[in-house]
Design a protein around this ligand. Structure first.
Ligand SMILES: NC(=O)C1=CN([C@@H]2O[C@H](COP(=O)(O)OP(=O)(O)OC[C@H]3O[C@@H](n4cnc5c(N)ncnc54)[C@H](O)[C@@H]3O)[C@@H](O)[C@H]2O)C=CC1
Ligand SMILES: O=C([O-])CC(=O)C(=O)O
Length: 349
């Protein structure tokens, strides 16, 4: 099937894009209106997330130049993906000496580089390894593509985003509108689990998930789901499942890593929305972990409008139920601490 036919087929099964976000959905994946005119670099492109996410970005038709960087295996991954008959060229770059070329002139840099969890670990247990990986990537981005939008997937997101911010700040190139922690998978899970529980059409569900991306810092706002009716038990069980959805996958993979395929979908979807915003599509709104003054936490996920310069507006989270307010009160101190841990790392290394 030609790329055009494939996209036409996708748009037949998908609802037309409205100006407001409709929520993350695979059937809406190919319906964006952005033209392929940007360079997107994936850092960690040969990994469990990096490979399928790069494939989805290539198939999206939204990327003019897909630049794949990793410390291993990228020439093969790039050669393979480049044979897909969709718009955009693909280049592969391997190792520190090729990183500058990979990043040079990028409009969007998506970063799933770093180690994943094994059963029994928290995301914070990845800090010691991933903090220095993310810091090194931020240093090179400061030099090679300081004006790009940076989409951070590497865990622990609650600390790696502050690390990235502080490195950009130290290099005098930090723009809070352009730095986003990717929390889209939490929204995907919320939509999937709520649709199942309520017998609703997953394509029509829009769920806001605020806070951070680790355990109880992930806070889905079930009280705001239009048309849903939850018992108190459902609210507790669904909230817990959304907060610990990552653990569900880690346990099922039994030592072989964490979510890769669902994250590839979520990451490519979110990157596509960032590209839509950069290219002038109006009213694109998605949840993301961004610099925020909504709470005491310096970074906090909430709905954000994505525009020509990245995040053009950080929205509030509206009225909360008493259950949700208690979650926010209980979890903001943890978010403050995890951000501070990231900042301290940059200060001391
Ligand atoms: N934000 C989110 O919702 C999610 C985040 N993650 C996180 O994403 C990260 C990646 O996960 P996977 O792809 O499963 O891991 P993986 O181990 O399969 O892939 C990671 C890739 O990063 C590469 N890498 C390591 N250091 C690098 C560097 N300095 N520069 C470029 N590439 C480098 C590795 O060579 C590898 O190919 C983990 O930290 C994981 O916890 C995973 C799922 C969801
Ligand atoms: O659970 C993990 O370690 C990976 C992740 O962030 C997720 O699946 O949400």
């Amino acid at each position: 099937m030609s790329a055009v036919a494939r996209i036409q087929l996708a748009s037949k099964v998908a609802a037309p894009m409205a100006s407001k976000a409709l929520g993350v959905s695979s059937s809406r994946f190919f319906t964006g209106t952005a033209r392929a005119q940007n360079k997107v670099t994936v850092v960690g492109a040969a990994g469990g997330i990096g490979q399928p996410m790069s494939l989805l970005l290539k198939l999206s038709g939204k990327v003019e130049h897909l630049s794949l960087f990793d410390i291993v295996n990228t020439p093969g991954v790039a050669a393979d993906i480049s044979h897909c008959n969709s718009k955009g060229k693909v280049t592969g770059h391997k190792g520190a000496e090729e990183m500058a070329t990979a990043l040079d002139g990028a409009d969007v840099v998506v970063i799933p580089a770093g180690v994943p969890r094994k059963p029994g670990m928290t995301r914070d247990d990845l800090f010691n390894t991933n903090a220095s990986i993310v810091k090194g990537i931020a240093e090179q981005c400061s030099k090679s593509c300081p004006k790009a939008c940076f989409l951070i997937i590497s865990n622990p997101v609650n600390s790696t985003v502050p690390i990235f911010a502080d490195v950009l700040k130290a290099n005098g190139v930090y723009n809070p509108q352009k730095l986003m922690g990717v929390t889209t998978l939490d929204v995907c899970r919320a939509q999937t689990f709520i649709a199942e529980n309520q017998g609703m059409d997953v394509d029509k569900l829009d769920v806001t998930v605020i806070g951070g991306h680790a355990g109880t810092t992930i806070m889905p706002l079930l009280s705001q789901v239009e048309g849903a009716k939850f018992s108190d038990e459902d609210i507790k069980a669904l909230t817990h499942r959304i907060q610990f959805g990552g653990d569900e996958v880690v346990q099922a993979k039994d030592g072989a890593g964490s979510a890769t395929l669902s994250m590839a979908h979520a990451g490519a979807y979110f990157a596509g929305k960032v590209l839509d915003g950069l290219n002038g599509v109006e009213g694109v709104t998605e949840c993301a972990f961004v610099e925020s003054d909504l709470t005491e936490a310096p970074f906090f996920a909430s709905p954000c409008t994505l525009g020509k310069d990245g995040v053009s507006k950080v929205h509030g989270f509206g009225n909360l139920s008493s259950f949700e307010q208690a979650l926010v009160d209980d979890n903001v101190p943890a978010l403050v601490k995890m951000a501070q841990k990231g900042s301290d790392f940059v200060k001391n290394n």
